[in-house]
Design a protein around this ligand. Structure first.
Ligand SMILES: Cc1cc2nc3c(=O)[nH]c(=O)nc-3n(C[C@H](O)[C@H](O)[C@H](O)COP(=O)(O)O)c2cc1C
Length: 183
């Protein structure tokens, strides 16, 4: 038996990320997000039209997607509880940024980084949907095995779930299973 949930939004559980990008003055900016999906080298993210991030994630712009761990809730809230339109979050919270070979700025303390270039954006009054190309995937050494493959057991991400009433962080369980082992 199902009941209708009366809410204006519902997010089951999506990985939390920190966007790092530059403003028109070349100053580093940071914004927290969770609405995303990836398919191959394509990344799609949803950002509120009124955010600072929506002003700067425009076609051709480079940015980084930094995935924090469950030891970095402070970073997540620093990026998500105030707007770069009002404060310089990178300076205020002394966020240390590293320049990659491509010139994109990323947060080295986060274990997984996507360096991206914005392709297309679809904008309406409320949301900007950003289609980006993932140029490079940078991983902490412990997440790559000797054969060069990703070490799934070591993955520590924060998930975000919520509706219009409440917002929650969720941690990943370390129990993992191979896809295809259940038929
Ligand atoms: C866990 C979490 C997830 C969030 N996910 C999104 C998101 O997917 N899209 C979005 O526009 N805002 C999201 N926000 C809200 C923005 O981070 C927030 O509006 C922030 O102030 C935007 O910063 P900016 O204006 O400097 O870009 C999220 C906030 C938190 C704490």
């Amino acid at each position: 038996m199902k009941k209708k949930l009366d809410t204006t939004k519902f997010y089951p559980a999506y990985p939390v990320f920190l966007l790092t990008y530059l403003n028109e003055l070349g100053e580093a900016q940071m914004s927290t997000g969770s609405s995303s999906y990836t398919l191959g080298d394509t990344l799609v993210i949803g950002i509120s039209a009124e955010s600072n991030a929506s002003n700067y994630l425009k076609p051709g712009e480079k940015f980084a997607v930094n995935f924090p761990t469950t030891k970095q809730f402070d970073l997540i809230e620093q990026g998500g509880f105030s707007s770069g339109k009002r404060i310089d979050k990178v300076k205020e919270y002394q966020i240390e940024l590293t320049k990659s070979e491509s010139g994109a700025l990323y947060i080295d303390s986060c274990p997984i980084i996507f360096e991206c270039t914005v392709g297309q954006t679809i904008r309406d009054a409320d949301y900007h949907t950003v289609f980006a190309k993932i140029d490079t995937r940078l991983m902490e050494e412990t997440l790559i095995d000797t054969a060069g493959n990703f070490v799934h057991d070591e993955l520590d991400l924060v998930l975000f779930s919520g509706d219009a009433y409440e917002r929650k962080f969720r941690k990943l369980d370390i129990k993992i299973e191979k896809v295809g082992g259940h038929l």
